[in-house]
Write a protein that binds this ligand. Structure first.
Ligand SMILES: NC(=O)c1ccc[n+]([C@@H]2O[C@H](COP(=O)([O-])OP(=O)(O)OC[C@H]3O[C@@H](n4cnc5c(N)ncnc54)[C@H](O)[C@@H]3O)[C@@H](O)[C@H]2O)c1
Length: 341
């Protein structure tokens, strides 16, 4: 089969995870171009990976015959870039979050569906062995009926972190703080595993520890499901280091604890199941521990969908569920109201 011709837009911090993933898929895909408005960044990748550099993504889409584009740019650019790819008929996978607001994200999903173009969104933590163990324990009925869920995220994003970026910590370019950027992974995992319809979202948020940015660094809230389950969450970027996230599931036949790469299930009959995520054979050449190791697995699944071998798992339509939760949390926290679904 002909190799997929891949381009990347954005050559910032996360891009090494995509470059490593494309290399992991080298028998099926090749990186042909990279684009960044910061020329040195695009040039550096182009030199290292023997591909062409662009500084304008519209020009890149015009000049190259691409099968797949990866979007690795600031949040407010995701939907315009995804839309440009869809318009060109090029399959596109964007980093999380799919967009800054639900309505614009929905429009891109509808356009992709209308044009029959694949649109994927990175939520790599779903591919951790730990996440899969807990998901399957509910799907198989082993844990029985789910009763309640709670999650915590206590990380550190000091002022320095925001000083290094011209878009992080801004309402217009990032779309918020700890909710849209960090806890989004926990919300996505918990909601995917709960797999029920949401009734309402109630939340509050504050900036308690940051002078130089105005977005929230702390939030808590509750997602109420139509079947009565309550999922409570707490998150803050004011801790001293990035503690592994925790998501706890309490069920009829036992309880499960999920961190990013580790899960333990204790059944009421005394059995205990544990798993630690094993990394695929991929070299990312750096990256943060909390990014995990599963970009390659999700990108492999995306490529196989583009080749028609598999059904796309985390489509734009699927990712919209998480986008809707994120935006409902902001709406509730800003208005003080419960947001009904
Ligand atoms: N999945 C994860 O766990 C994870 C982890 C970290 C970051 N991310 C996501 O990755 C994305 C990028 O984050 P980052 O930390 O790499 O940011 P970054 O600021 O380091 O990189 C963004 C890059 O986009 C470039 N860019 C900006 N405007 C552009 C344009 N018009 N055309 C081309 N390039 C442009 C910038 O010059 C920069 O090099 C965000 O969506 C972020 O949330 C995901």
């Amino acid at each position: 089969m002909k190799k997929l011709r891949v381009g990347i837009i954005g050559a910032g911090r996360i891009t090494i995870m995509h470059l490593g993933s494309i290399d992991y898929m080298k028998d099926e895909a090749e990186l042909v171009c990279i684009c960044d408005i910061i020329k040195e960044r695009a040039n550096e990748v182009a030199e290292k990976y023997h591909c062409r550099a662009y500084y304008d993504y519209v020009e890149m889409l015009e000049k190259e015959q691409l099968d797949v584009v990866h979007v690795c740019t600031p949040h407010y650019l995701h939907i315009p870039m995804v839309t440009a790819c869809i318009e060109k008929g090029v399959a596109v996978i964007t980093e999380k979050p799919m967009g800054i607001n639900y309505e614009e994200s929905l429009k891109a999903v509808e356009l992709a569906e209308k044009k029959g173009v694949l649109f994927g969104v990175i939520f790599q933590c779903r591919y951790n062995d730990s996440s899969i163990l807990v998901k399957q324990a509910f799907e198989s009925g082993a844990l029985g009926k789910l009763k309640g869920v709670v999650s915590t995220l206590t990380w550190s994003r000091p002022d320095d972190y925001y000083l290094q970026s011209d878009w992080k910590g801004t309402w217009d370019k990032e779309g918020g703080g700890v909710i849209i950027d960090q806890v989004i992974h926990s919300l996505d995992l918990a909601n995917w595993i709960i797999a029920e319809e949401i009734e309402s979202v109630a939340a509050s948020m504050a900036n308690r520890g940051h002078e130089i940015v105005k977005v929230e660094d702390t939030a808590e809230g509750m997602i109420r499901y139509k079947n009565g389950i309550k999922y409570n969450f707490y998150c803050t970027n004011n801790y001293v280091f990035d503690e592994p996230i925790e998501i706890k599931f309490f069920a009829e036949k036992g309880k499960a604890l999920l961190t990013y790469d580790y899960a333990v299930i204790q059944y009421n009959d005394g059995r205990v199941e544990r798993v630690e995520t094993k990394a695929p054979a991929v070299v990312y050449g750096g990256g943060k521990e909390y990014w995990g190791v599963m970009h390659a697995k999700q990108i492999e699944q995306f490529y196989h969908s583009v080749q028609g071998k598999e059904e796309l798992q985390i489509s734009g339509r699927e990712a919209l569920k998480t986008q809707r939760i994120v935006n409902a949390i902001y709406d509730s926290a800003k208005s003080g109201k419960i947001i009904k679904f």
